[in-house]
Design a protein. Structure first.
Length: 113
């Protein structure tokens, strides 16, 4: 079992920015792909962005050009830089090792117009 702790969420006006962080425990960080997911009220959890061990990134269409996923293997930390935020980005954001069952507690992002 791994521990994942998300932080950095908050309340922001549309057009603003936030940077999410995910601190992961254990020595497996650098050997696994990671993803940021989000779940809005009444909707299914969706994969927003992912990053492989070699740094290859992928994004869902709705965030391309606005969000950037990155990782710091020395700090066991995953990041999500979110720019030009929209009200539809409002959700609880989670990080996860790709293919693993463990989730963090999530961090709430609320974007108001």
């Amino acid at each position: 079992q791994v521990q994942l702790v998300e932080s950095g969420g908050g309340l922001v006006q549309a057009g603003g920015s936030l940077r999410l962080s995910c601190a992961a425990s254990g020595s497996i960080f650098r050997f696994n792909g990671l993803g940021w997911y989000r779940q809005a009220p009444g909707k299914q959890r969706e994969l927003v962005a992912s990053i492989t061990t070699s740094g290859i990134t992928n994004y869902t269409d709705s965030v391309k050009g606005r969000f950037t996923i990155s990782r710091d293997n020395a700090k066991n930390t995953l990041y999500l830089q979110m720019n030009s935020l929209k009200p539809e980005d409002t959700a609880v954001y989670y990080c996860r090792y790709l293919g693993w069952p463990d989730w963090g507690q999530g961090t709430q992002v609320t974007v108001y117009s």
